[in-house]
Each structure stands twice: as C-alpha cells, then as structure tokens.
Design a protein around this ligand. Structure first.
Ligand code: TYD
Length: 141
C-alpha cells in the first residue's frame, strides 16, 4: 500500500500556473499530468468554517491530494508517523501536494476561507484511517 512508506519530505507546495489580467483579476489552472502527479477524480471544498476551527485528523492509505487555500488562509500540519511539518496556505496560486500516508490536521482557518481539494480517487471511507494509534501502527507494519 503506497501510504505505508511515504515521508513528509515528499509533500511540498506547488506554485500553480497564474494568468494575470491587469484589471480583470487572475486565473489559476491545474492540469492532470502537468501540474500534479495524479489524475483528478474528485474535487471538494470546505467553506463556512468558523474562524480558528480545525478539520482533518485523519490519514489516507492511497489518496493523493492537492490542497489549495482558494480564499483566506489556514495551516496544514502533516505527520508521517515520525516527522511533522506545518505548511501555511494563504495564496490561491499555491497548492500543497499531500501524498498518501500522511496524518493531517487543518488548523487556524481564517473566517470566510475556502479550502479547495483535488483528489486522486473518488470518496471511499475504506481509504481513511481516523484513529491516530491505528495510523502509527499502519506506518510501522
Ligand atoms: P472528512 O473527510 O472527515 O472531513 P474533514 O477532514 O474535512 O474534517 O469528511 C466529512 C464528512 O463528509 C464525512 O462524513 C464524509 C463526507 N464526505 C463525503 O461524503 N465525500 C467526500 O468526498 C468527502 C471529502 C467527505
């Protein structure tokens, strides 16, 4: 299973393609095979999150994701069972690549923020690990 052996160092912020038009704002594009190392099968977004609230607290066994602060800001703390790394997302033209096998906490949402997620697989509860001790065992087996 892909997520068993992954390390937090494999997760990084991708600078996305940004097209600027002087008075008309910006467009950012994410393309399968060009911007991200997976094919997007699902898109979802978190919104109406009360300021300062947290989400996440789970890991995925196989799922790749690109996490974008489409509006506002929040922190993503990734943990591979040994090492942790905190990423602050606050630009709509940056995406955090989250490889499988990362426990993630999404924290410090600014009010009105929107967390856009591109995911490599359709929703499957079987891909989730929602218990931290179980996650640590999964990474050590
Ligand atoms: P979850 O992934 O646990 O949320 P978060 O990590 O943002 O706190 O999902 C919350 C609920 O939404 C859970 O009951 C499952 C459901 N859900 C879907 O039905 N499909 C999806 O694609 C996602 C991401 C969640």
């Amino acid at each position: 299973m892909r997520g068993k052996t992954t390390k937090v160092e494999e997760c990084y912020i991708v600078e996305l393609d940004k097209h600027h038009s002087d008075r008309k704002g910006n467009i950012t594009v994410v393309e399968n095979g060009i911007t991200v190392p997976f094919s997007t099968e699902r898109v979802y977004y978190l919104y109406d999150i009360p300021g300062g609230e947290s989400r996440g607290a789970h890991a995925h066994k196989e799922l790749y994701q690109l996490v974008v602060a489409a509006s506002g800001s929040f922190d993503v703390v990734l943990d591979d069972g040994t090492n942790k790394k905190r990423f602050t997302l606050n630009r709509p033209y940056q995406g955090l690549l989250v490889v499988p096998g990362m426990w993630r906490d999404l924290e410090n949402f600014s009010s009105g923020s929107v967390c856009l997620v591109l995911a490599s697989m359709v929703y499957s509860e079987a891909d989730y690990i929602r218990d931290y001790d179980e996650f640590v065992k999964f990474k050590k087996l």
